[in-house]
Ligand binder design. Structure first.
Ligand code: CP
Ligand code: NVA
Length: 309
């Protein structure tokens, strides 16, 4: 029995390097099985509740399809339609849903709400994105890098743009797996110091480096992996216009890409805003692997569900 059974997946910091590696290995196995048309019914008869307080394409579809491929069933629960949308406490929702389903995936705003859900639920809680973290995406990104580069340890990932949930989860996940991480963000939009500190501690164990800078050109020098994400995340729509100005020098375009390693790959968690954080030519270019990356959400989350539920 895996040591992951029954655990929550709120942040990669709760897992050892070996446990994260176990998830990645299993995801690759499940992907290979699927390519051979094999679907082991590892979650036969099990049900996943999926609570969404924000929009989603990839997360919703990949969790739901993944659950079906594993022989289980997934319920889409629109946050606005639940009684919690009318004030029922999270702690009550947690205990009620725990009596019906075998696991809960939640996408919401406040990370503390996910922690409260996990504290009161008897079933594993999976973080499908909060304002603070997006751990399933970061695991997917590691899998994608591993597939395209053959290794993780010692590689350099540079993230250019907003120091948001994606930047946080990449810092935590990549540092744990022995990668160097550089973040280039404008002043006032850099990742939280606690996250940078946690990543730096992990980097210390591997002899790798974590760097946060305001200089995108310096940041991408020698990068094996370039990553960007939207400049205005879900919930920040009112700041969109102002952010367009602030982030303009951080656009991932051909000129910036040319400063990275020749064989660098380009990742983006999607959805992408072409002409904002990334240009059309880079997103659709030969170095971009964003759709292979999107596919891997399915395989990684199947591994997470099959190991936890
Ligand atoms: N990358 C990601 O989480 O996509 P969705 O918002 O479509 O789920
Ligand atoms: N930072 C983005 C990621 C979307 C998958 C957001 O939170 O909207």
């Amino acid at each position: 029995m895996s040591g992951l059974r029954g655990r929550d997946f709120l942040t990669v910091t709760d897992f050892t390097q070996e446990e994260l590696q176990e998830i990645l290995d299993f995801a690759q196995e499940l992907k290979a099985d699927r390519k051979r048309g094999k679907h082991a019914p590892l979650l036969q008869g099990k049900t996943l509740g999926m609570i969404f307080h924000k929009a989603s394409t990839r997360t919703r579809v990949s969790f739901e399809v993944g659950m079906v491929q594993l022989g289980g069933y997934a319920l889409f629960l629109n946050g606005a339609d639940l009684q919690s949308g009318r004030g029922e406490p999270i702690k009550d929702t947690a205990r009620v849903l725990s009596r019906y389903v075998d696991g809960i995936m939640i996408r919401t705003f406040d990370h503390a709400d996910v922690e409260e859900l996990a504290a009161y639920a008897d079933v594993p809680i999976i973080n499908g994105l909060t304002d603070f973290l997006h751990p399933c995406q970061a695991m997917t990104d590691l899998m994608t890098i591993l597939e395209h580069k053959g290794t993780l340890a010692g590689l350099k990932l540079t993230y250019v743009g907003d120091g948001n949930n994606m930047a946080h989860s990449l810092l935590l996940a990549c540092s744990k797996l022995g990668m160097n991480v550089t973040i280039a963000s404008p002043q006032g939009y850099q990742p939280l110091p606690d996250i940078v500190q946690a990543a730096t501690m992990d980097a210390g164990k591997h002899g790798t480096t974590i760097e946060v800078t305001t200089d995108p050109v310096h940041a991408v020098k020698g990068a094996d992996v370039l990553y960007t994400d939207v400049w205005a995340s879900m919930g920040q729509e009112a700041e969109h216009q102002q952010r367009l100005q602030v982030f303009q020098p951080y656009q991932l375009n051909a000129a910036l890409l040319a400063q990275a390693a020749k064989d660098a790959i380009v990742l983006h968690c999607l959805p992408a805003h072409r002409g904002e954080e990334i240009t059309e030519d880079v997103l659709e270019g030969t170095q971009s692997v964003v759709f292979a990356q999107a596919e891997n959400r399915l395989h990684v989350q199947k591994a997470i569900m099959a190991l936890l539920l």
